[in-house]
Design a protein around this ligand. Structure first.
Ligand SMILES: NC(=O)c1ccc[n+]([C@@H]2O[C@H](COP(=O)([O-])OP(=O)(O)OC[C@H]3O[C@@H](n4cnc5c(N)ncnc54)[C@H](OP(=O)(O)O)[C@@H]3O)[C@@H](O)[C@H]2O)c1
Length: 298
């Protein structure tokens, strides 16, 4: 691969201000690409900018931003090698207690935003026989109490990716899904801020039903994230999804994710439910544990 700035192939990474997106932008620049790194604030762009990382202002739910990105790619003579759809928001909370506006926001970012950017960049990707890399999650394959809205958005992203892979195969564009387990990034913090807002808005009736679950989620997320990998480790795997000559359809990040995805395939639903429930139960307030067991194993 060439290394002069003018001849490097292009890669787009969305959600590059922090976490895996920032680490992936750096990893791909290191591997010889010119990275168009999507950020929502000038200050994040300034922190990221380097010889081979060019920040672009990109809220993936803003059609003007998406159109500007497509125009930026089109007027560049260099081929677009890959689009990494990485931007994402957390979405923990019980199904019943999560307002529809929050559901819609999660899907706007975690699904429709990626569809919009993919549609806008596909003409360039088809020309270059490039690649779409969708950052899904362990929760794109496994759903459990307290994580329904996020998991639903990632399951939908997986379904979209499977269809897209088959639609684009005849046109030489590969579609790859990356499924991380716990990764130590900003997401646990921003997710908990959203969860506190949800908690504060819960009615006494919802509190009676889900109060114990709501108090378990922060500790469960913290334990899961602490046991996870760094953004840099995840970025190396994402970079492989971008550069492997014959990429797999899916790359899983982390042993826990690999184990849970496999277990969810082979175990009957109720056995798998008991496994995820007992893991969550460790984080319930002490007095709630008996109730939870009864509720989930009946
Ligand atoms: N961390 C984990 O354990 C984990 C596990 C599995 C999958 N994932 C997935 O990995 C991806 C990266 O997450 P991360 O863990 O690196 O979290 P992160 O540090 O919170 O990064 C999320 C990125 O998405 C951006 N973003 C949010 N809304 C956006 C929008 N409307 N338009 C454009 N960008 C937007 C954020 O930008 P701002 O800074 O401007 O908000 C940020 O750059 C996500 O898709 C996430 O679902 C994470």
């Amino acid at each position: 691969m060439t290394t002069s700035s003018e001849t490097r192939d292009l890669v787009v990474v969305t959600g590059a201000s922090t976490g895996m997106g920032a680490a992936t932008a750096r990893e791909l620049a290191h591997r010889g690409f010119h990275v168009l790194a999507g950020v929502r604030r000038d200050s994040d762009g300034a922190a990221l900018r380097s010889a081979h990382i060019e920040p672009v202002i990109l809220d993936i739910t803003d059609p003007d931003h998406v159109a500007a990105l497509a125009a930026r790619v089109t007027r560049d003579p260099r081929p677009l090698r890959a689009l990494v759809n990485n931007a994402g928001v957390a979405g923990a909370g019980p199904i019943e207690a999560t307002p529809l506006s929050a559901w819609r926001h999660i899907f706007e970012v975690n699904l429709f935003g990626h569809v919009a950017v993919t549609q806008a960049l596909l003409p360039a990707l088809v020309r270059s026989k490039g690649r779409v890399v969708n950052i899904s999650s362990l929760n794109g394959k496994v759903s459990m109490a307290g994580y329904g809205p996020y998991a639903a958005s990632k399951f939908a992203l997986e379904a979209m990716s499977d269809a897209l892979r088959n639609e684009l195969a005849p046109h030489g564009v590969r579609v790859v899904v990356v499924e991380p387990g716990g990764v130590r990034t900003e997401m646990s913090r921003t997710g908990l801020t959203a969860l506190s807002r949800l908690d504060a808005a819960m009615t006494p009736e919802l509190n009676a039903r889900y109060g114990d679950l709501m108090s378990a989620i922060p500790s469960h997320v913290a334990a899961f994230t602490k046991a996870g990998v760094t953004a840099e480790v995840a970025a190396k795997k994402i970079a492989r999804a971008v550069t492997d000559g014959r990429p797999r359809t899916r790359y899983v990040i982390g042993a826990t994710a690999a184990f849970l995805i496999r277990a969810s395939r082979v175990l009957p639903d109720r056995v798998f439910d008991r496994m995820t429930t007992s893991d969550l139960r460790k984080h319930y307030p002490a007095g709630a544990r008996g109730r939870t067991t009864a509720a989930h194993t009946g």
